[in-house]
Ligand binder design. Structure first.
Ligand code: HGY
Ligand code: MN
Ligand code: MN
Ligand code: MN
Length: 428
């Protein structure tokens, strides 16, 4: 049932019980992007809001108590922590188990990056109920906003706010491509952003957070396995380069009289490729560039470009960025342009909690452990709480593209694995 209008929830909950494939099929029609292909579901866009309400409806229909916190993170509780009406005491610290992921996407992304973890969490709750599991502690399914950072530039914005890893005043000052501020966009989505900020109490109650995610790579394909545990996330960051020159007429301006920021940008892009190639297994990307004003017969007055650099060593990431900036600065001086560089977000190398990973390995003895080049909310939260991840095989190995894929049998294997891990964590 493609979700065009409101879904027939009763039929949907029955039809999707324990079945992440069926849940994903329901949202296949939301946020399709005919120009780019794939899905474009920026945070708080109509498409992402449809997914958020789809999730909340399915969670509520499963008897979970749904609440959205001060940072726009949706929490769906099985046994809400806190003094229940029976007067039971609030949970002891570090008593809550959380699973979940995100629903926003990159421009032209796949339907699995994010939604697979959310759908699998709902399906895993169904399986735990079917197994008659009686949790001894609360479980929440969480949906984090702006994981991709595609609208406001900061990756994992929701989990960074929750963990106090980004200053609220910085977030209030963010604007999207249309010039709308974070608060304006949030208000348009019915969310009051005035209270964004760290939530140490909520974090302090969490014993473990396990995120299931489609693998963004070919590790499981090469190993011919359906599910893996995450070992580490390599360090990664993104920087904004603003190059300003002198706009002028393409035909009336002699070559010797130009300060063309696009020429400087081309040197910066070349440098990202060369400097990353020079370091073993580094990754350097420029996927987004804006030429101002952007006319064919107009010498640009400015260029905005963003670089994404990743490596297992955070020192190497910073070294590569320093080299790129030095190259770009030389090119800017030669072209009589200015260059401003702003770090947008940075995540150090993350090694997931080995104790939790060992417990997960004991539950899933056959599962390999894979590192990843992709960032996740679980990686951001790893500095504050015990986190782990499960990856589900992606036959294409590709992600952030419509080619991203996951076979139904592997999706089901991922749900089983998540349910096994959650059962272990919820009953001990
Ligand atoms: O960019 C990443 O690594 C993640 O997919 N957000
Ligand atoms: Mn992604
Ligand atoms: Mn993701
Ligand atoms: Mn003209």
């Amino acid at each position: 049932a493609v979700v065009t209008g409101e879904i027939d929830l009763a039929a949907s909950v029955t039809g999707t019980r324990g079945d992440a494939n069926a849940l994903l099929a329901e949202i296949e029609g939301i946020g399709l992007d005919p120009d780019r292909g794939g899905y474009t579901r920026p945070v708080f866009s109509p498409a992402e809001l449809r997914l958020r309400s789809w999730f909340a409806a399915h969670a509520a229909a499963r008897g979970l108590t749904v609440d959205t916190d001060r940072n726009g993170v949706i929490w769906a509780w099985w046994d809400v922590p806190g003094p229940s009406d029976s007067g039971a005491p609030a949970p002891v610290r570090r008593d809550v188990i959380v699973t979940g992921s995100h629903l926003d996407s990159v421009p032209g992304g796949g339907n699995f990056d994010g939604p697979l973890g959310v759908a699998s969490a709902l399906a895993a709750v169904d399986l735990l109920r079917d197994r008659g599991v009686r949790p001894v502690r609360p479980l929440a399914v969480a949906v984090f906003p702006e994981e991709e950072g595609s609208r406001f530039g900061i990756a994992c914005l929701g989990s960074r706010l929750l963990a106090g890893a980004v200053a609220p005043e910085r977030v209030h000052a963010l604007v999207d491509d249309s010039g709308s501020t974070f608060d304006e966009v949030a208000a348009g989505a019915g969310f009051d952003a005035s209270g964004i900020g760290p939530d140490p109490d909520r974090l302090g109650d969490i014993s473990a957070f396990v995120e299931l995610h489609v693998e963004q790579g070919r590790g499981l394909v090469d190993l011919d396995q359906p599910v893996a545990l995450a070992g580490a996330i390599i360090a990664h960051g993104r920087w904004h380069l603003r190059i300003e020159g002198r706009g002028d007429h393409a035909g009336a301006t002699r070559m010797a009289d130009r300060s063309d920021p696009v020429v400087v940008a081309s040197e910066a892009i070349r440098s990202v490729r060369q400097r990353a190639l020079a370091v073993d297994d580094a990754r350097g990307t420029v996927g987004r560039i804006k030429v101002v004003p952007g006319g064919t017969n107009v010498i640009a007055s400015a260029v905005d470009l963003w670089i994404d650099v990743r490596h297992r060593s955070e020192e190497q990431v910073h070294l590569i960025v320093e080299q790129v900036v030095a190259d770009a600065r030389r090119a800017a001086e030669a072209e009589d342009c200015t260059l401003a560089v702003t770090e947008q977000s940075f995540s150090p190398t993350v090694s997931f909690d080995p104790e939790l990973r060992d417990r997960m390995q004991a539950v899933l003895p056959g599962a390999p452990v894979l590192d990843t080049g992709a960032g996740h909310d679980a990686g951001v939260l790893a500095s504050s709480i015990s986190t782990g991840m499960l990856f589900v095989r992606n036959p294409s190995g590709a992600s952030h593209t419509p080619a991203e894929s996951a076979e139904p049998a592997d999706v089901a294997a991922g749900v089983d694995a998540l349910a096994d891990v959650l059962e272990h964590l919820l009953t001990r």
